[in-house]
Design a protein around this ligand. Structure first.
Ligand code: GLC
Length: 479
């Protein structure tokens, strides 16, 4: 089976969020599962930082010209191999040498170019996959082009498309004035991409793809409702009625996130010997400039500072959490300026109790995952969420709101039966969250219950093993 993954980011090359984790690890898991029967390849843009960091590993395969409406654009194709998976990189300095991956004025054109390049790449390297697996709005056009422009060509006819929605909030919405001029789509394709008076690339990919999935079963049901769908529920209900919509929980790379041999944390540990976790906690407290108190519970958040991550709940009751309880609160992440200011201010007012680091820093995040006792993730919506799984693997107990992938991965602790791997609350309500945080703190002081809970959390298998097989089932079904 031949599979080509298209995405705008992938670890270890470039990452701004969970998408990169998935695109960096799912293809490898699928390749491992398929063995010699699998030819698995990935294509992402060549951002300048990739060129700098991986220069000696990259090899130039070809240089072509990609046509986009009236433009003829240079397109370099680079490649490298890792764990049996070929990674291609699409090179064009004009489009990809930017300080931000997304949020540029011409994102529509940049990712239209990339999506077109994905299809041209197939011809240039003579790799016509059975499955094109595209991810999020940035590669939505590759699915639309496959079905509307290339599908009639003999080589492309056999390619089926799976489109994965990692977050319905980002849809690629643009004005119709660029339909032909930038997207190179004819008037008769207007209805394919039209939604709510605009071009909506996510909608176009949903209707064109042979199958659509989201990154957890619960989220695939939630987005059929207005509350979660960011306006697309009508389209998704139709896909659901056609049997085209499903949900598969993400795995995490359990080799990269492995408390037992992670070189980026100060001491290693496993669920039979947690002594290293105490050292990791002291290290986190030191890095955060907090008193090194082994007995004080540390609550961590590692998150994009975005409203849908549940920060309005945190803002509402964080003073109660730290005021009424002997706890430390640490936060790592960047995002909305209002939130950055709120939490910086909170840390100034609570020295020795609160530490806020406004950074996107993968290796520092490991110290947070490993060193904290509890991991707070009260998202308003959460397609899958990886941080709660990562935290679990490092024995840091998640406290989550029951939505999306959080509901699918965290089972509430039952202190009487000793079951469960975290804490959760249902309603999007700050005081429900406060209550659960305080319950978690009370459990922390019961040493035998807490160590039982930490072990439960660490023992859960969050690897790709099961989910990679589910993806292969879909590839077989549509391929
Ligand atoms: C997006 C989602 C997140 C998910 C990730 C990977 O970032 O917001 O919930 O885990 O994609 O699929």
């Amino acid at each position: 089976m031949k599979i080509l993954y298209a995405a705008s980011e992938a670890l270890p090359y470039i990452s701004t969020g969970g998408l990169a984790d998935v695109v960096g690890s799912l293809p490898k898991a699928v390749k491992a599962e398929l063995g010699a029967d699998g030819d698995v390849r990935v294509v992402i843009p060549l951002y300048p930082s990739i060129r700098e960091k991986f220069y000696d590993k990259l090899e130039l395969v070809s240089e072509i010209t990609v046509k986009l409406s009236w433009r003829n654009q240079y397109c370099g194709i680079w490649q490298t191999k890792s764990d049996g998976v070929t990674f291609y990189f699409i090179d064009n300095l004009y489009y990809f040498e930017r300080s931000m991956l997304y949020g540029n004025y011409d994102d529509a054109e940049r990712f239209a170019f990339f999506s077109k390049a994905v299809l041209e790449l197939m011809a240039e390297v003579n790799f016509y996959p059975d499955i094109l697996h595209a991810n999020d709005w940035q590669t939505a056009l590759s699915v639309i082009y496959l079905k509307r422009k290339y599908g009639h060509l003999a080589e492309y006819r056999g390619i089926s498309a799976l489109f994965t929605i990692h977050n319905i909030d980002y849809q690629g919405v643009f004005d119709f004035s660029i339909l032909g001029d930038v997207f190179e789509l004819p008037e008769w394709d207007r209805t394919v991409v039209e939604y709510n008076g605009c071009i909506n690339l996510l909608k176009g990919a949903i209707v064109c793809a042979d199958m659509v999935n989201t990154v957890s079963p619960t989220y695939s049901r939630e987005i059929l409702t207005e509350y979660y769908s960011s306006g697309l529920h009508h389209i998704l209900r139709q896909s659901d009625a056609e049997g085209k919509l499903t949900g598969i929980i993400n795995g995490i790379d359990v080799e990269y996130y492995n408390s037992a041999n992670d070189p980026e944390i100060v001491a290693n540990f496993n669920c039979d010997d947690l002594s290293g976790k105490a050292l990791a906690k002291a290290d986190l407290q030191r890095v955060c400039g907090l008193p090194e108190e082994p007995g004080t519970p540390v609550i961590a958040m590692v998150s994009r500072l975005a409203a849908h991550k549940g920060f309005d709940l945190v803002k509402r009751v964080i003073e109660d959490v730290i005021g009424h309880n002997n706890v430390q609160f640490v936060l790592l992440g960047t995002g909305e300026p209002m939130l950055e200011r709120f939490f910086t201010d909170l840390s100034y007012r609570n020295p020795g109790k609160v530490c806020v680091k406004l950074e996107y820093n993968k290796s520092l995040s490991k110290k947070f995952y490993a060193g904290a006792d509890m991991f707070l993730m009260p998202s308003k919506s959460e397609p899958c969420g990886l941080a709660q799984m990562i935290a679990s693997q490092y024995g840091t107990v998640p406290i989550v709101r029951e939505c999306g992938g959080l509901a699918d991965t965290i089972r509430p602790f039952n202190e009487y039966e000793g079951t469960g791997n975290g804490f959760s609350f249902r309603n999007y309500n700050a005081h429900d969250m406060l209550h659960v945080i305080e319950y978690a703190i009370s459990m922390y002081y019961d040493h035998s219950k807490w160590s039982n809970l930490v072990k439960n959390a660490m023992k859960i298998d969050f690897s790709w093993n099961v989910s990679a097989k589910r993806y292969i089932d879909i590839y077989n079904r549509i391929g």
